[in-house]
Structure formats: structure tokens, C-alpha cells
Design a protein around this ligand. Structure first.
Ligand code: NAD
Length: 324
């Protein structure tokens, strides 16, 4: 918890979400006062139950689109961890307004509020989706042009641009983290969650979206949080910096299925593939990160992708969280 010490008064958007609720617990354990801000669209108040017992914590149930409420709630804070966003990528593909509002406008409102109340540091949860189907693999942070293939990815890329311009123009500091797939208890979507749900319904057969050869990186939520805090401490004084945050190891989707099945004690499950090289429109079949930048700062995820999938599956299965 050393990394989480002395952060100042922390404002966490998306605090009731999967990553946000873990982050709040870390920041409180580090002795910081924390305000969580969330509209509970995908987050759950129950995930903040342990935080709520800490006097240093307060929760504001409100929307990033409510500028007045956001600005008022942010007054007196030193640092913003901006995680609030639409995270249902297929839903955003159906209605482009969802990512425009919750990712682009939401991030703009956060930065405007920071400017108004003079909060000077922002740590922004971006995503590997900003890279789209980038031809350079492993993909370093310096790759370009960045051509996302979902509105979610476009929303994150726009958010990165806004963080950069606000930092440069108004003397703020920004840390932008392009997360790979973060896994752990409380996650509400993603391949592990999906497979557990399906296998509980039918332990004999599993539908796998695409051809099963999609290959991604996975890392544990605690590694994600420690990576965020590590870079914010050790990356130097530049006004705005961008980091890939994940691992350079990858796992194929069929291997994820095998791990989940073995953790559920299932044997001989028949796999049915929906076919094609990707699971859904906007799915990037192969995501491979260049992690040199974070490694040069002395950080590396403790678990490889395969280990992270196994540990996250085990934790999800043993948690009280309903899946399915
Ligand atoms: P999540 O859905 O659990 O958390 C997002 C939170 O934001 C939710 O609690 C939701 O209620 C809140 N929210 C959404 N719109 C809001 C609005 N308009 N006003 C206020 N609150 C709002 O997802 P997560 O996995 O915890 O993701 C956290 C952040 O990390 C997101 O910004 C996401 O895009 C980013 N990210 C996550 C992953 C991953 O693998 N989980 C990967 C890349 C990036």
C-alpha cells in the first residue's frame, strides 16, 4: 500500500465499478481521503460497502453529465482518477451517442470541473482500443496514426487528446493509461465472465465467439492499480504522459476456455465456434503490447496473462458475485 500513500484528497469517477471500487480501497488503505463519484449505470454500491465503513470515504451518486454537481463535488480535491465511462462496447456501437456522452463529454466535463476548482492532477483510464487494428505488434505507445474501430475506442482517444490539451494549456498534469484486459472479482463483462455464465447454464458445451484464435493480454486488477500508482510516482515531470498498462504475454481465447473449464472442474466440454476472425464487430483479434516504457520505470505485472486468467477465474468462482 506504500504506493497509495500521500496522494492528497482523491476524487474517483467510476468509483462503484470493477476497477474503481478496488482503487478506492487501495487509496483508503494508503491513508488518503477519497470521494467516489458514480451514476451506478454499471457500477454497484455494494462494491463500496467496505469503503463506506471508512470515515475518510464519501460517495456521490451523480452523473458526469451533470456539470454543476460534478464541479461542486470536486471542490477541494488534489487529484482525479477518471475511470467513469460507458464500458459496454457493443452497446456503444449500436448507439454512437452513448460513448460520445459518457466517454467524450464526460471526460470534457471532468477536465472543465478540474479547471474551475483548480484540481491539477488527472490519471485517466484509457484503453488498448485506441490502437484499433494497429499493424505494429507488439504496439508501443508511440505508434500512430491511431485509428480506433469502435466508438468506445474513439471516445477514449478523444479523452486522451482532451487530457493533453487541458494539461498543456492550464498547467495541469496528466497520466494516461492504455489498459489491456483487466481481470478480477467484480468484473461485469469480458470473456472469463461470459464463459463462466455460459458453462453454468450448460457444462457440456461452450459457444466461443469467433474462431477462438483471438489473442489478448490479461492482467489482474491489483497489478493495474499498482501500475497506475507506480507510473504516477516515477515517470518524471512531463505534463502529460501515456503508458501501455498490461502484460506482454498473451492468451488465445480457446486457452481461456480451457483454463475456465479446468477451474470449474469440467472435462470434455465441446467447443462451438461462431466463426470469423473476431468475436463481434469492433473486436480486435490480436492485441499485443510493447511494455518497455512501464518496465523502464521498474514496473511489471506480477502475473502473466495465463496466470491472471486462472487467478481471476478462481476468485470470481469463489466470490459471492452472481455470474449468470
Ligand atoms: P465498470 O463498468 O465496472 O466501471 C465504469 C464505472 O463508470 C461504473 O461504475 C459506471 O456506473 C460509471 N459510469 C459510467 N458512466 C457514467 C457517468 N456518465 N457518470 C458517472 N458514472 C458513470 O468498468 P471497469 O472495467 O471498472 O472500467 C473502469 C475504467 O477502465 C473505464 O474507463 C474503462 O473504459 C477502463 N478500461 C477498463 C478495461 C477493463 O478491462 N476492465 C480495459 C480498458 C479500459
Amino acid at each position: 500500500m506504500e504506493l497509495a500513500g500521500n496522494m492528497g484528497r482523491c476524487f474517483v469517477t467510476g468509483a462503484a465499478g470493477f476497477i474503481g471500487s478496488h482503487l478506492v480501497e487501495y487509496l483508503l488503505a494508503g491513508g488518503n481521503a477519497v470521494t467516489g463519484y458514480d451514476n451506478l449505470s454499471s457500477g454497484k454500491k455494494v462494491w463500496l460497502e467496505s469503503a463506506a465503513t471508512n470515515r475518510q470515504f464519501q460517495f456521490v451518486e451523480a452523473d458526469l453529465l451533470d456539470e454543476a454537481r460534478l464541479t461542486g463535488a470536486m471542490e477541494g480535491h488534489d487529484v482525479v482518477f477518471h475511470l467513469g465511462a460507458n464500458t459496454d462496447i457493443p452497446l456503444g456501437n449500436q448507439d454512437p451517442r452513448i460513448d460520445f456522452e459518457n466517454c467524450i463529454k464526460g471526460t470534457f466535463n471532468v477536465l472543465q470541473a478540474m479547471r474551475t476548482v483548480n484540481t491539477r492532477r488527472i490519471l485517466f483510464a484509457s484503453s488498448s482500443t485506441v490502437y484499433g487494428e494497429h499493424p505494429i505488434r507488439p504496439t508501443p505507445e508511440t505508434s500512430g496514426p491511431l485509428l480506433p474501430i469502435t466508438h468506445y475506442g474513439a471516445g477514449k482517444l478523444a479523452g486522451e487528446g482532451l487530457v493533453s490539451s487541458f494539461c498543456d494549456l492550464y498547467g495541469m498534469r496528466g497520466w494516461v493509461y492504455r489498459f489491456g484486459n483487466v481481470v478480477g472479482p467484480r468484473m461485469g463483462h469480458g470473456v472469463i465472465f461470459d464463459f463462466i455464465r455460459k458453462l453454468r447454464q450448460d457444462p457440456m458445451a461452450l459457444e466461443i465467439l469467433g474462431d477462438g484464435n483471438q489473442e489478448k493480454n490479461y492482467f489482474l486488477v491489483e497489478d493495474c492499480i499498482e501500475g497506475i500508482l507506480h507510473a504516477s510516482r516515477y515517470a518524471g515531470e512531463a505534463s502529460c504522459q501515456v503508458f501501455n498498462l498490461g502484460t506482454d504475454s498473451t492468451v488465445r481465447v480457446t486457452e481461456v476456455a480451457n483454463i475456465v473449464e479446468s477451474e470449474m472442474g469440467l472435462h470434455g466440454v465441446v467447443h462451438h465456434f461462431t466463426g470469423g476472425d473476431r468475436g463481434w464487430p469492433g473486436d480486435v483479434p490480436i492485441v499485443s503490447y510493447d511494455m518497455h516504457k512501464m518496465e523502464s520505470l521498474g514496473w511489471r505485472a506480477r502475473a502473466s496473462s495465463a496466470e491472471a486468467v486462472r487467478i481471476a477465474t478462481r476468485r470470481l468462482l469463489s466470490s459471492a458475485q452472481p455470474v449468470g
